[in-house]
Design a protein around this ligand. Structure first.
Ligand SMILES: Nc1ncnc2c1ncn2[C@@H]1O[C@H](COP(=O)(O)OP(=O)(O)OP(=O)(O)O)[C@@H](O)[C@H]1O
Length: 710
C-alpha cells in the first residue's frame, strides 16, 4: 500500500476506537444522569432505611457526572481531543492513552488516564529502554475526529506483518504548528526528561531549571495536574497555587490545566498574590531593586513603630482637680516601650492603654509629691481606664494601622530618612520617597510584597475594621468561590503545593510573600538563572532558603532541549548572552526552519516605520501570533506605531512582561534599550530574543547590543 493509503487506513482504525470512546462517554453520562434522577426519587421516597446508603452512592455518582460533564465541556473547547496516544506492547496488548480514564461496560480499559502508572511508558519508553513497547502512536484529533497519526517504533524487530507504521515524529509536528494567544497542553508529546520531572515525588522541594523554551512552565503545570490526580487526598483540599510573573503570563497559561480537567488550581501573578490588589505596574529597575531587598523589612519595621502623622503630640487629662500632662517626648517614650514588647501594633492597644495609664500615674505621683499629697495609684489607674475621654485619646493616639497608609507615610523624606538610617543610602531614600509621595499612584508589583510584609507586621485590624483595610489596599477583594473553586479565607496560607514560575526573578521580599502562603506546602520551583532580571541573586537565594527551611533537601532537574525557538533564532540569542552564562547553562534548540533572524539597522528617525513594516510582513507570513517587544517605558509609544494593523494576533509587550510568553514571530525594537533599562542588561535582552518560535526581526538604530560574529 502507498504511504497515504496506509495513513488513511490507520486513521480509520483509530477513528473507530475514538468513536467507541465517545459513545461510551455518552452512555456513562446518561447512566449517571439517570442515577441522579433516581436518587432524587429515593431521597423523597418511603424506603427510609436505605436512604443513607443510596445517598452516599448518589453523591459519588453526582460527583462523577459533574466531573465528566465539566471535563467534556473543557475538551469540546480544546483543539486536541480526549484520546491522544496508543501503545502496542510486545505481548500484543494495546493501550489507549487520553486525558481521562474510561472503561467499557465489561470494565475493560477503553482509555487510560495519562497520569496513571500504566500510561507512564507512553512518555518513558525509548529505543534504548523500550519497556516492552513496540510502537508508540500519537493520535491527533480535532474534537471527535481523528486528523492524523504519528508513530515511533521502539523495537523494530518486533514489528509484525500486521503492524503498519506512519509518520515522521509527532513532536516536530507539534513544535512546528502555529501558536495561539494561550499556551496549549503537551500531554501528547511530553518527552522523557520532562516526564521524569512531572512524576517526581510530591513532598519537599522540586527545582526545575533549564534554558528558554525547554518546557519548564509546561512541565510545572503538567506536574500540578499529575500531583492532583495521584495525591488528590493530600493535595486537593488545601489546594495548589501557581505563581507567575505577570497577569499577561497567568492569562497565557490559563487554559493548560483546565484542558486536563483541573479547574481547581489557583493561578496568581506576583502583583496579585495579596488579596485586594491586582497590579501589573512595574517600577523602574533601580527602584524595584530597593523595594525588593531584604533591607526593606528593617525600614518597614521602623516606619511602623514611628509616631503616626496627625496624632496628638500632647495629652492632658483632669483627675480629681489635678491636670495630668504628657509631652510629645514622654508620649514617644511610652510608644517605644509598647513597641519594645514586639507584638503587632494592631494587637497592642490594650498594652498601649496600660502603658499610658502607668505614665499618667507617674505624673500624678510627681505632682502629688510636689504638693505634699499622696495618691492611690491603683485607684487612679482604674478610674482613668474607665473614662471615655481617656479612650477617645487612646484611639487617635494608637490608631489601627493599615499597610497602605504606612507605605504612603514613607513619601515624607524626613520620615523615611529616620526609618532607613543605617540601612539605605541617601540616594536610595530619595528614590523611594518620591515613589511613595504620590498618593494617587497605583501600587506597583514590588509594592505588593511590601504591603504583604506590613500586613503581617501590623497584625490584623479589629474585625469590624477589615472592610476599611480593603479600601485602603485600593481595590475590592477578588471574587472567590466562583467557577466551582472552593471558597478560601482571605490571605489563605495553607496551600499544600505551590508552583513558582520564573523563580529567578523573585526578589527576597517576594519570596517572603509567597512563602507565607505555604506554611505546610511542598514546592515546585521553576527558573533559569541566565534569564534573571534580579540584581542580587545571593540575597534572593537566602530568602528562598528561609522559605523552604535550610535543611530541606532539594530535588533538582535540568531540562536541556529548547523546544520553542528555531535553531537559527536561538543561535543569535546565545551569542548575545555569551559571557553571562556558565558552561552548559544554555539549551540546545532542536528545530531548524532555514530562516535566519532579520536584523535591520536603521537611522533613529526610521525606527517607527521599520517597526511598522516588519510587523506587517510578519503578520502576513505567519499564521499565529506576532509580538512586538520593546523597552518597558516605550510600550505605549510603540503601541501607537502599530495601531494601524488592526489584527488581534499582534501584541505589543514590554521586556519584563514578555517573560514566559511566546509568539510565532517577534519584532524586537531597539535591543540596546532593553540592556540599558534593566539591572541585568543582556539577560533581559536574551529573554526577549528567545520568545519567537518561527521568525525574528530586530529593528535597531545602533549595533551595540550585537556581539561581533564568531
Ligand atoms: N514535549 C513537548 N511537546 C510539545 N511542545 C513542547 C514540549 N515541551 C515544550 N513544548 C513547547 O515549547 C514551548 C516552550 O515551553 P515553555 O514555555 O514551558 O518553556 P519554558 O522553559 O518555560 O520557557 P521560558 O524559560 O522561556 O519561559 C511551548 O510552546 C511548549 O508548548
Amino acid at each position: 500500500m502507498s504511504e497515504p493509503r496506509v495513513r488513511r487506513a490507520e486513521i480509520a482504525i483509530e477513528q473507530h476506537h475514538v468513536d467507541r470512546v465517545y459513545t461510551r462517554l455518552a452512555e456513562l453520562r446518561a447512566q449517571a444522569e439517570a442515577m441522579r434522577a433516581k436518587g432524587y426519587e429515593i431521597g423523597h421516597g418511603a424506603q427510609r432505611e436505605a436512604v443513607f446508603e443510596q445517598a452516599s452512592m448518589l453523591f459519588e455518582r453526582d460527583m462523577m457526572v459533574h466531573h465528566a460533564t465539566q471535563t467534556l465541556q473543557t475538551l469540546d473547547a480544546e483543539y486536541e481531543g480526549l484520546v491522544f496516544g496508543r501503545l502496542d506492547h510486545t505481548s500484543g496488548e494495546k493501550i489507549y492513552v487520553g486525558r481521562l480514564g474510561i472503561r467499557d461496560a465489561e470494565f475493560d480499559n477503553l482509555v487510560t488516564d495519562w497520569r496513571a502508572p500504566a500510561a507512564a511508558a507512553f512518555y518513558q519508553a525509548t529505543a534504548e529502554e523500550p519497556m516492552d513497547v513496540v510502537r508508540r502512536r500519537v493520535i491527533r484529533c480535532s474534537g471527535q475526529t481523528v486528523l492524523d497519526v504519528d508513530d515511533d517504533v521502539l523495537i523494530p524487530e518486533a514489528v509484525g506483518d500486521d503492524m503498519r507504521v506512519v509518520g515522521e515524529g509527532a513532536l516536530m509536528a507539534a513544535l512546528g504548528r502555529s501558536r495561539g494567544d494561550k499556551m496549549r497542553d503537551i500531554v501528547a508529546t511530553i518527552q522523557k526528561e520532562q516526564d521524569e520531572v512531572i512524576r517526581a515525588p510530591w513532598r519537599g522541594v522540586t527545582e526545575i531549571t533549564g534554558g528558554p523554551g525547554t518546557g519548564k512552565t509546561a512541565v510545572a503545570l503538567h506536574r500540578a495536574a499529575y500531583l492532583l490526580y495521584r495525591h488528590r487526598r493530600q493535595l486537593g483540599g488545601a489546594g495548589v497555587l501557581v505563581v507567575g510573573p505577570s497577569g499577561v503570563f497567568t492569562n497565557y497559561i490559563s487554559r493548560v490545566l483546565p484542558s486536563m480537567g483541573e479547574t481547581n488550581v489557583e493561578l496568581r501573578a506576583l502583583g496579585a498574590v495579596l488579596d485586594g490588589i491586582d497590579t501589573d505596574r512595574q517600577d523602574p529597575a533601580p527602584l524595584a531593586a530597593i523595594k525588593g531587598s531584604l533591607r526593606m523589612r528593617k525600614v518597614l519595621l521602623k516606619a511602623m513603630r514611628d509616631t503616626p502623622p496627625d496624632v496628638p503630640d500632647e495629652m492632658r487629662i483632669l483627675y480629681k482637680g489635678d491636670l495630668l500632662k504628657l509631652t510629645r517626648k514622654e508620649l514617644e517614650k511610652v510608644r517605644r516601650r509598647v513597641h519594645g514588647h514586639g507584638g503587632p501594633p494592631n494587637r497592642s492597644r490594650v498594652r498601649a492603654a496600660e502603658a499610658l495609664l502607668e505614665a499618667l500615674a507617674d505624673r500624678a505621683e510627681e505632682n502629688a509629691r510636689t504638693d505634699g499629697r499622696t495618691i492611690d495609684r491603683a485607684e487612679l489607674i482604674h478610674d482613668l481606664g474607665e473614662r471615655i475621654d481617656f479612650h477617645r485619646f487612646l484611639v487617635v493616639w494608637w490608631p489601627v494601622l493599615y499597610p497602605g497608609e504606612i507605605l504612603r507615610w514613607l513619601g515624607d523624606p524626613k520620615r523615611l530618612t529616620k526609618a532607613a538610617r543605617g540601612v539605605l543610602t541617601p540616594g536610595e531614600v530619595d528614590l523611594l520617597a518620591a515613589s511613595f509621595a504620590d498618593r494617587e499612584r497605583e501600587w506597583t508589583v514590588a509594592d505588593v510584597a511590601l504591603l504583604d510584609e506590613l500586613r503581617v507586621l501590623v497584625g490584623p485590624p479589629p474585625k469590624r475594621r477589615r472592610r476599611a483595610q480593603q479600601i485602603e489596599l485600593d481595590a475590592a477583594p477578588p471574587e472567590r468561590g466562583s467557577q466551582g473553586k472552593p471558597h478560601r479565607p482571605e490571605h489563605y496560607d495553607e496551600y499544600s503545593h505551590i508552583v513558582v514560575d520564573e523563580s529567578q526573578d523573585l526578589s527576597p521580599m517576594q519570596w517572603r510573600m509567597v512563602g507565607r502562603r505555604g506554611r505546610y506546602a511542598s514546592w515546585t520551583v521553576v527558573g533559569d538563572p541566565v534569564q534573571s532580571s534580579w540584581p542580587d541573586p545571593e540575597e534572593a537565594a537566602q530568602a528562598r532558603t528561609q522559605v523552604f527551611g535550610p535543611r530541606t533537601p532539594i530535588r533538582r532537574y535540568t531540562l536541556r532541549t529548547n523546544y520553542r525557538n528555531s535553531a537559527e533564532i536561538f543561535e543569535l540569542a546565545a551569542r548575545v548572552v555569551a559571557g553571562h552564562a556558565a558552561e552548559g547553562e544554555l539549551p540546545r534548540a532542536v528545530r531548524t526552519t532555514g530562516l535566519e533572524p532579520d536584523v535591520r539597522t536603521v537611522e533613529p528617525a526610521g525606527v517607527e516605520s521599520a517597526v511598522q513594516a516588519a510587523a506587517k510582513e510578519l503578520l502576513d507570513s505567519v499564521e499565529g501570533t506576532v509580538g512586538v517587544i520593546c523597552a518597558m517605558d516605550r510600550v505605549a509609544e510603540v503601541g501607537t506605531w502599530v495601531r494601524g494593523h488592526a489584527d488581534e494576533r499582534l501584541k505589543v509587550v514590554g521586556s519584563l512582561d514578555a517573560k514566559g510568553l511566546e509568539y510565532d514571530a517577534v519584532v524586537l525594537v531597539e535591543p540596546t534599550e532593553l540592556i540599558t533599562e534593566s539591572m541585568t542588561g543582556r539577560r533581559v535582552l536574551y529573554v526577549a530574543l528567545t520568545r519567537a518560535t518561527q521568525q525574528l526581526t530586530v529593528v535597531a538604530s545602533d549595533d551595540e547590543w550585537l556581539p561581533a560574529a564568531k
